[in-house]
Design a binder for this molecule. Sequence first.
Ligand code: FES
Ligand code: FES
Length: 269
Amino acid sequence: MPSKAVQSDVSSRAFLRVQDGLNDLHAALSLYKSSEGQLTDYSFRLTFTNSNSKGVLMAQHVPSERSETDERVSGPSTLDVSRRTFLAGTAIAGAALGLRPAAAQNVAEQENPAELVDLKLRVNGVTRSLRLEPRVSLLDALREHLGLTGTKKGCNQGACGACTVHVNGARINSCLALAIMHQQDDITTIEGLAQGEALHPMQQAFIDHEGLQCGYCTPGQIMSGVACVREGHAQSDAQTREWMSGNVCRCGCYNGIVEAVRSVREAQG
Ligand code: FES
Ligand code: FES
C-alpha cells in the first residue's frame, strides 16, 4: 500500500545537520496524491538559522510507490517547525487535500513509539544507554529520558536558545538536533559545568553580576556564554551581544549577562 510507504518513511528518516552560521527559517512541504486521491508520497525540508546555529531538517521518502501520474501539491510553511507540529500539520494538509482518512491516519500514527532503537549518548563524561524513537530530539533525550532538566525547553524550534548545550565543545540548540545523530559526540549540559561544589566561573559570574531574574533562560545563557568566550566572540560587549543574540531573556537581564561574560573573558586574559 502506498500509504504504508509514507508511514515508514516519516517515522524513520528524519535527519538534522547543525552547523555554525546564518539567520533565517524556511520550510517546504510537498505532497503527492494518486488519481484516487490517496496520499502516495511526501517530502519535507526545513532550513533554519540563528546566531548560534544553522541546519537542515529533511523528512525523506522512498520514491517507490509514487507513479508518474500522481499529482504533486506543494506549499511553503514557515510555522510547522517542530517535528511533532510538522506531523500534525501534515495530517491537516492531507485532510485539506481531500486525501483518504487512512492516509492522514497513517501520518498521525507516527507519534506512537512503534520503532525504538538502542543508542548510547556520552553526556557530561558518562555514557548512558537509551531506547528511543529515532526522531527524539537531543533536548527531549536529555530532559525526558536522562533526567537532565537543567537544559530548558523554551520555543522548541530554535528561536530562544534555552536548550543550548555543547557538542564536542560547540554550542547547539538541542531542540533542533536528533539524539541518534550524536552517539559519537561528547555532550555537555549545564549539569556538567561545575566541578563538584565549585561552580564554573561563568556560573559564578552570572550570580555576581545578576545576569538572571526568573532563571529560565540562564542555563542556555551560561552554556552559550562559555562557548562565546572560548570562540573568541566576546572581545567587546557589542560582539558578545551579537554572538549571543540567539539566547533570548524575557526578563531583560542582558546588561548583567553581558557583564558576566565580560568578567570571565577578562579573567581569562
Ligand atoms: S528550546 Fe531550543 S531554541 Fe528554544
Ligand atoms: S532570567 Fe528570566 S528569561 Fe532570562
